[in-house]
Design a protein around this ligand. Structure first.
Ligand SMILES: Cc1cc2nc3c(=O)[nH]c(=O)nc-3n(C[C@H](O)[C@H](O)[C@H](O)COP(=O)(O)OP(=O)(O)OC[C@H]3O[C@@H](n4cnc5c(N)ncnc54)[C@H](O)[C@@H]3O)c2cc1C
Length: 412
């Protein structure tokens, strides 16, 4: 047992920064060391595919804390010096500069990385991924000169980037393996609405396609060749085909890893002094009754606060309803709840679906609301979360009736 009280945080992004903030807010006055792979201090990623990419938000607005916050709060920030290994027996981490730091409790908040595209030509200039601030800067600069942009993958990142490319005035083609964008997460009924949104905004959206290669000339991408032999010409190719959790450190240290670092509801891993939170954590969720790995902002904001409390010995269980949001063109939406692909019985709507001002509900057995998504309708997400949390069967006609309050349905 170590006598060191240090809390070490691996990963200087939203989850890491919120953990550090909570440690101090809870009165911990021992050493806090936060190591980051990137040279930037912790920042938020959602603006990177939205207002920051569109040039509407200043760089300074995306950081989690002012630059002075870390020193003011006694948080030793080791930027550009990633953790390279964990020695659980010695309670030490090794850093890239060769130094070692002892810990009483360690938080792994190492996030996730874009899944690379493995087709010929994927390493050509002009093939870009979006995860970091630098990526967003590169894409914004590339859009300024591009007249044709191809986006591979119609998930959230791909679609938001397509919207930004349209705003920059480029012709945009989105190429997706599934028939519809976001089909796996939203199901066909709602995915169709996003397909309509992008087509109405001038995107050439092609579903059910397979990528054979990125074509190039003089080392620079010129387009995308599809398996049917057709060619989509492009000056810039954006790849957004999913992410994988950065769990290599945990695996190497012998922690249990399965689609992320396997942690309990306290965010504690198979080693009692090592915790994980954010994109990298596959956490037991008491409300859902199973492990889930959530790759969204609200989870990276809230989950590390629970982890930090657990790292101080408090009895916590993280059970907030999963939540995320997106903005594309003139559509803003929030989603709360959790459904597996095909893990629901029906989707029903309240409001004006054609006018894109509605709420969609994913229903389980006996009309239980598993998830809800409000599109261009505001101040209802708390009620949707209450409905999901209640687990109560609801009258579907009342759910679809805009005159029935969602709060009253959640209360039963
Ligand atoms: C462009 C973009 C737009 C998004 N938009 C939305 C949105 O609209 N709505 C929404 O809900 N979610 C959105 N997300 C998802 C959300 O941003 C993530 O869920 C969130 O960033 C996860 O935070 P994190 O701190 O867990 O991990 P990350 O943000 O991935 O940060 C982990 C950090 O750890 C560092 N690291 C990795 N290995 C090490 C190591 N060994 N040592 C030290 N540091 C290490 C990484 O470099 C990184 O800085 C978006 C994501 C992106 C990329």
């Amino acid at each position: 047992m170590t006598t060191d009280t240090t809390r070490v945080i691996a990963g200087a992004s939203l989850a890491g920064a919120k953990a550090a903030e909570t440690l101090r807010a809870e009165g911990f006055d021992g050493p806090v060391v936060m190591s980051g792979q990137e040279a930037e201090r912790p920042y938020e990623r959602p603006p990177l595919s939205k207002d920051y990419l569109l040039g509407k938000a200043e760089r300074e607005t995306i950081y989690v804390h002012p630059a002075s916050w870390y020193a003011d709060n006694g948080v030793e920030l080791r930027l550009g010096v990633p953790v390279t290994g964990i020695d659980p027996a010695a309670h030490e981490v090794g850093l890239a500069d060769g130094s070692r730091v002892g810990y009483a409790r360690l938080l792994l908040a190492t996030g996730s990385s874009p899944r690379p595209l493995s087709v010929p030509g994927a390493d050509l200039d002009g093939v870009l991924y979006l995860r970091s601030l630098g990526d967003s800067d590169r894409i914004r600069a590339a859009f300024a000169d591009a007249s044709r942009v191809a986006v591979i993958g119609a998930g959230w990142i791909g679609l938001e980037t397509a919207a930004a490319a349209r705003a920059a005035g480029a012709d945009v083609t989105v190429l997706e393996m599934a028939e519809l964008p976001l089909q796996r997460v939203l199901g066909r009924q709602v995915a169709r609405i996003f397909a309509g949104l992008h087509r109405d905004n001038g995107v050439d959206l092609r579903g059910g396609v397979q990528i054979d290669e990125i074509t190039g000339s003089d080392g620079k991408a010129t387009g995308v060749r599809l398996a049917d032999g057709s060619h989509v010409a492009a000056d810039v190719v954006i790849v957004g085909v999913g992410i994988t959790p950065n769990s290599q450190l945990a695996s190497a240290a012998g922690l249990e890893v399965d689609n992320g670092i396997w942690v309990n509801a306290q965010l504690r891993s198979s080693d009692p002094d090592i915790f994980a939170a954010g994109d990298v954590a596959n956490a037991f969720h008491p409300l859902l009754g199973k492990h889930v790995r959530v790759e969204h902002w609200a989870n990276a904001l809230n989950q590390p606060q629970a982890a930090a409390k657990a790292m101080l010995g408090q009895d916590v269980a993280y059970d907030l309803v999963p939540y995320f949001y997106t903005d594309q063109y003139d559509l803003g939406m929030e989603y709360a709840g959790y459904v597996e692909p095909d893990g629901y019985d029906d989707v029903v709507f309240r409001g004006d679906v054609d006018g894109r001002e509605f709420i969609a509900f994913w229903l389980g057995d006996e009309g239980r609301v598993l998830a809800g998504m409000n599109v261009n309708v505001w101040d209802v997400n708390d009620a949707i979360q209450a409905l999901v949390r209640s687990g109560r069967p609801v009258d579907v006609a009342a759910l679809c009736d805009p005159d029935t309050s969602l709060e009253s349905l959640a209360e039963g």
